[in-house]
Design a protein around this ligand. Structure first.
Ligand code: OOG
Ligand code: NI
Length: 459
């Protein structure tokens, strides 16, 4: 009997979701086509260097998605579906605190956490949970109405959840069950044709378009899917030439001649999609909602806590200076002054994560030195960057915000409430992994392996 393993389920789920989203949002297909062209061009131009941050096969298939749910119970079910696909919650993002935007959600990302699983297929989903308990956004009356509405909907059929639990437990599914699971799972994230209650949707929209997108409808949907590209500046130009209106900026670090770190992202605006609307008198008309969009990203090297602190400082400095020149130009100047220009200096300053491997052409005689930098200097080791697999809160808030129509409202005279990482982990009954520890473990494991091979153990 053929069985389908978790990583195959994950790859297949990502592929089918991508096909579905392409049918639903045609501009996404253009984005995927342009990404593929840009990646081929970069490969041609830079050869093996282009694959330093992931094989072209991985990068071409690579996507992240975003979904949004309304209750801890819904999130707990999502966690089981992604658990079936070998994807675990990593990181905690509180987008309620973003300076410029009012987004009443907290988020985590579901993704593979082991290096070999990431290499097989790194599909990840940024997953947000509405925070109706936050009085800055919702008053008692609206909170009660939301709770009532959300309690009456079912996003995922019980059969899907049962199959998910089985796949998570057994780490595979027989072919027929795998097919059923994939159908139900992909179908749960399709845009529903069910009419939207117009008055209810608009009530929530006054608080936030995100609140309406989550709590104003009786189903969930994939909100965007993001291919990975090797040259995001070129992609931005090409998409603009093809007449697709991109948001104003590329979020994250600037383009510069030094190492690419963390994550650079940009998106095109939400498109108006026809949706059936139910009016107060019960009649149904066709309206339009702008909720779904396309995004693209370039990934760089994962930073340590110290590297991330440096990154945050440089962002602040750029904000201070950006008034005189454009943001990008200011950022480039700030980066040149304040960030190491080579991978080697990232290592020396302890700013980024690498895996260390023995070089084939290492010395064949003599005792190796014991420290990583000496081993690098004397030709025993090479350092391969560890790719950043996570998200950036500021970019995420920017992506949310730039794609919303209304501003939303946040009453800052009120105190925000709880909703921290521990609360979230408790609600979904799973550990939420710390991204820094995952990168650190990967780096340490590679050092331990090298030490063992060179017989440096204990030194
Ligand atoms: C999620 C926005 C965040 C990213 O790439 O930073 C995100 C959403 O719109 O639901 O996807
Ligand atoms: Ni995204």
């Amino acid at each position: 009997m053929t069985t389908i393993r978790q990583w195959q389920l994950r790859a297949e789920f990502a592929r089918r979701l991508s096909d579905m989203y392409g049918r639903e949002v045609p501009a996404y297909t253009t984005l995927v086509d342009v990404s593929r062209e840009v990646n081929a061009a970069v490969l041609e131009r830079s050869g093996a260097d282009a694959e330093r941050l992931g094989s072209i096969a991985r990068v071409t298939a690579e996507r992240h998605g975003a979904i949004r749910v309304g209750t801890p119970r819904e999130l707990q079910q999502v966690a089981r579906i992604f658990g079936a696909l070998g994807m675990h919650p990593v990181g905690f993002y509180d987008l309620r605190e973003a300076a410029t935007s009012a987004v009443p959600v907290i988020s985590t990302a579901f993704r593979p956490i082991e290096a070999d699983e990431l290499a097989r297929n790194p599909f990840r989903v940024f997953t947000s949970l509405l925070t109706p308990g936050d009085p800055r956004f919702f008053d008692d009356d609206l909170r009660a109405r939301l709770a009532n509405f959300l309690a009456g909907r079912e996003l995922f059929p019980p059969e899907l959840i049962d199959l998910a639990d089985r796949a998570e437990r057994e780490k595979e599914l027989p072919q027929a069950q795998a097919e059923r699971f994939l159908n139900l799972a992909v179908g749960s994230f399709a845009l529903s044709g069910e009419p939207v209650d117009k008055a209810w949707y608009e009530t929530l929209e006054q608080v936030s378009a995100v609140a309406a997108d989550i709590g104003g409808v009786r189903s969930t949907h994939i909100n965007h899917l993001t291919p990975r590209v090797l040259d995001i500046d070129e992609l931005y130009r090409t998409m603009t030439e093809r007449g697709i209106e991109m948001i104003d900026a590329i979020q994250g670090p600037p383009r510069w001649e030094g190492p690419d770190v963390l994550l650079r992202q940009t998106s095109f605006r939400a498109l108006a999609e026809p949706r059936r609307m139910r009016l107060a008198d019960g009649s149904v008309t066709t309206g339009a909602l702008r909720v779904r969009f396309g995004e693209v990203e370039a990934r760089g090297i994962a930073l340590t806590h110290r590297g991330r602190a440096r990154y945050d400082l440089l962002l602040e400095e750029t904000d201070r200076r950006a008034t005189e020149s454009g943001w990008d130009e200011a950022a480039r100047t700030v980066w040149r002054e304040g960030f190491p220009g080579t991978e080697r200096s990232l290592i020396d300053e302890g700013l980024a994560f690498f895996t260390y491997r023995l070089r084939d052409d290492r010395p064949r005689h003599g005792r190796p030195p014991t420290g990583v930098t000496d081993l690098l200097d004397q030709g025993w080791l090479r350092a391969e960057p560890i790719v950043y697999e996570d998200f950036l809160p500021r970019s995420a808030a920017g992506i949310f915000q730039s794609n919303l129509s209304g501003e939303g409202t946040r009453d800052n005279t009120r105190e925000g409430v709880g909703y921290d990482l521990d609360w979230l982990a408790g609600e979904i009954d799973r550990d939420i992994h710390d991204p820094f520890s995952l990168y650190e473990q990967q780096q340490s494991a590679s050092i331990a392996e090298v030490a063992k091979a060179l017989d440096l153990a204990g030194e």
